[in-house]
Structure formats: C-alpha cells, structure tokens
Design a protein around this ligand. Structure first.
Ligand code: UD1
Length: 421
C-alpha cells in the first residue's frame, strides 16, 4: 500500500484549481443508465471511486470512451447485464446508486447490499422503502438486493431521515415512473441539485431543485442528442485545502469553485481568524501568519456544516488557540482520526458524539493510519502542521476522493511525497 511522507512546518501559499465533485460525478455517471443516448460528461475528477464506477458500468456492458480533454462519453444503449457485483460494491458503497436507474429503465436490478463501513452502519433501508412504495418488488437474499418492477409508479414519499444517496436513488427512479412523485425531507446537498439539473438536461421534469421537496413528473424516456454536462466543483476538496492553508498560517487562492457552496465552512474559517475574499468563481484565504482560533462545530445536512469537513476541522482545532467542541450528528462513528491525532500530541477527549479539543501549540510527527477518506485527509493536514516527518499509511482511502493530493499540496509549497509500496 502506498504511503505519504510529509515534512511539516511549511506555510502553504499559492493557487490551485479545484477538481470536479466526486459526490456529484458518481450519481451523474449512474444516471447515464437512464438513457439510451450517449452523454458526454466533463470536469470528472481523477479518482479511484470514479475508476470503480466506470468499471461497474463497463461490466454491465456500457460503452465508455475518453476524449483528449478527459471528458467521458457514456453510451448505455449497449447494456447487457443488470447487476452490481459484490466485488465492486464492497469497495465503494455508492455503487448502490445504480439500483434506481436500472430498475426504472429495465424493470430489474440485482445489486449487492453494501456492508457496514468504517464511519458507521450506513443502512439503505430508506432507498428500498421508497422504491417499494413506487411499486417495486424487492427481496434481499444472499447479500444481494433483487428488485423487479413493471413500470414504477409515482407516489408521495416522506424520507425518515435526510439521506444524500437515498434522495438521489429515488429521484433517478422517479424520472421514468408513471405519474408524479413528491420526495419530502429530500437532501438539499449541492450534489443532489447537480444531479437533478443533469437529469432535467436529459429531459426529466424535476422541480423544487435545491429545496427539501422535490417534485418529479415521470416521462416515458430520457435522452437528448449531443448532451455535454460539466460536473460541479468539489466543495469538500476546496474546504480541505482551505483548512490546510489555515493550519499552516498561509495564504492561498482556489480557482474554479463556487463560494456559495462553502458558506458554512467559510463562516467557520473566518471565525478562526482567516481573511476570506471571494469572487464569482474563486476564494482566497489569508491567515496573515497567525495561529487559527478554536471554533466549535456541529455537523448536519446541507446547508449546515458538512460531516465531510468534520475531520479536517478537528485537525485545525487540535493546533488552534483555545477550546472547541466538535459534535457529529450525521454518522455514529466518525471520530477515528482522533486516536491518531492523539498519537501526534493532540489534546482531544471524546464524549459520545462530541470531541472536546484543547488546542496545543504544536503537533509532533508520528506514523499514522486512517480508516476512511476524510479521516485520512485530516491526518495529512495534521502532518503539514506538525514538527518533523509524518508517515500516513493506507492512503488508498485518500486516492478514493482526492485528485492528485500530493501534487496539489506540493504546488502550494508543502513537502510531501508518495512512497510506493
Ligand atoms: C453521502 C456522501 C458522503 C457524505 C454523506 C453525508 C456520496 C457518494 N457520499 O453519503 O460523502 O458524508 O452523504 O453528507 O454522496 N441512513 C439511513 N438509511 C438509509 C440511508 C441513510 O439510516 O437508507 C442514515 C445513514 O446511516 C447516516 C445518515 O442517514 O446516518 C446520512 O447518510 P447519507 O446521507 O445516506 O450518506 P450517503 O448518501 O451514504
């Protein structure tokens, strides 16, 4: 397994371009299954989870081609197999996103049940209950979801809990259902809106985009000629680099990002003492060489503070001035980075779903290892701010969600290199 070796203590300065959003690209690629017309998708990030999704589409018989600008053309008119096998779902839970499209277009889908994962149980009951309400016959047997339906029927759905991929699966299914579907308590994450906008470009009739009530008027088929769609920028990647700059007391500018996607994160960075300046598609952060101040956060669905930025802010708070509380309300087990940060000298106490963090002046380097994507990123950030050489192990988690992280950090002046296994 590759590792990252980081020599801490360098102030990050410079400019970066933000990649396309992983969490928008994954459902958009799944949504291409709804149409038999080829679609060209641009601004796709270079990530392991994208490769896995392309592999999944490929093994279903979908034709994929990449042009010289790294746009991916997806042609699902050639599909032969309506199955997502365990070997692929196991490595990427979001493979569950093919369930809604396959069932809606072909009336059948066999998708391996995603297991638990490092950050919590992450069930898919809300996806399945919603599809059953739309008329699907669903059986879970031998670790697989076997779903069948003639044509799904529009209905009224009130989701028990705000779920991002749950909303996306039901939204995609509803586009080809007969009649109108209303999804209440829908996730409002920008990536859900990006998917909805893409579906509308393919001919779907979705209204209420960006709100927690989505209305979908089902259509007979989806697909238009010459559709080219660019994926939204990645707000979590952007937020991660901003925190890296704040922790190293630096000054950076991010291009190709929509600042309004990061309102909750930018507010907290300002509270930590950063000067934030934004343009239409850029953000600048300047710490004026100062140590960040501790900021308390509470994660919740969009537009509140994102759970995917919790670990990075825990890292920042660990070296900030003052005491903070970090409360995680979305996933039940998302503090695994804390133990590793404690090994680097962080003073953090865990009490149920809250971490109480007393900032220390300096972290000290140590070999560390993480068990999920954002936790791994937070350990890289800790390494950038620590004294000495930090070795971060199991970085395949990082490669699932960060596009060329060591190159981008090097571009900002960090001393970081990949050590191949
Ligand atoms: C998505 C994101 C992930 C992010 C998360 C929360 C993708 C590919 N991943 O994950 O990066 O951290 O949203 O913003 O977009 N739940 C149920 N039953 C269900 C579905 C969810 O109880 O059927 C619970 C989960 O256990 C969790 C909460 O709902 O406690 C939110 O999870 P959800 O929004 O579904 O997360 P994902 O869509 O898996």
């Amino acid at each position: 397994m590759d590792k990252l070796l980081i020599t801490g203590g360098k102030q990050l300065t410079g400019t970066l371009t933000v990649s396309g959003a992983k969490n928008a690209a994954l459902p958009i690629l799944a949504a291409t299954l709804l149409s038999d017309k080829p679609v060209l998708i641009g601004n796709i990030p270079h990530l392991h989870d994208i490769t896995t999704t392309l592999e999944l589409l490929g093994c279903m018989g979908v034709e994929l081609s990449v042009d010289e600008k790294l746009n991916i053309e997806v042609n699902s008119s050639t599909i032969t197999k309506l199955e997502a096998p365990y070997e692929l779902v196991r490595t990427m839970r979001s493979s569950i996103l093919v369930l809604g499209p396959l069932l809606a277009r072909f009336g059948q889908a066999d998708v391996s049940l995603p297991g638990g994962c490092a950050i919590g149980a992450r069930p898919v009951d809300i996806h399945l209950i919603g599809l059953e309400k739309m008329g699907a016959d669903i059986k879970v047997e031998n670790g697989y979801i076997h779903a069948k339906a003639k044509r799904l029927k529009g209905c009224s759905l009130i989701l028990d809990q705000v779920t991002v991929t749950g909303t996306e699966n039901l939204l995609m299914a509803a586009t080809l259902a007969e009649g109108k579907t209303i999804i209440e308590n829908a996730a409002r994450e920008p990536e859900v809106s990006d998917l909805a906008n893409f579906l509308n470009k393919m001919g779907a009739k979705i209204s209420g985009i960006g709100t927690d009530v989505l209305e979908i008027e089902g259509v007979e088929r989806l697909g238009v000629e010459d559709l080219h769609y660019n994926v939204l920028p990645d707000r979590i990647e952007a937020g991660t680099y901003l925190v890296a700059a704040a922790m190293t007391r630096g000054k950076i500018r991010l291009n190709k990002i929509q600042p309004k996607l990061l309102d909750a994160v930018l507010d907290k960075l300002s509270e930590a003492g950063a000067k934030i300046t934004c343009g239409k598609d850029w953000i600048e952060l300047d710490m004026h060489g100062k140590r960040p101040k501790a900021v308390s956060i509470r994660t919740a669905p969009f537009p509140a503070f994102p759970t995917d930025m919790q670990a990075q802010f825990t890292a920042m708070n660990s070296i900030a001035k003052g005491v903070s509380t970090i409360t995680e309300t979305v996933f039940e087990n998302r503090f695994m980075h804390v133990q590793e940060m404690q090994r680097m000298g962080a003073n953090i106490k865990l009490e149920s779903n809250t971490a109480i963090c007393t900032g220390v002046k300096n972290l000290t380097a140590a070999p560390v290892m993480a068990t999920d994507l954002r936790a791994s990123a937070s350990l890289v950030l800790s390494g950038l701010a620590a004294e000495g050489e930090t070795l971060v192990d199991r970085i395949y988690h990082i490669d699932r969600g960060y596009d060329h992280i060591e190159e981008k950090l090097s571009q900002l002046g960090a001393t970081i290199r990949r050590i191949p296994r």
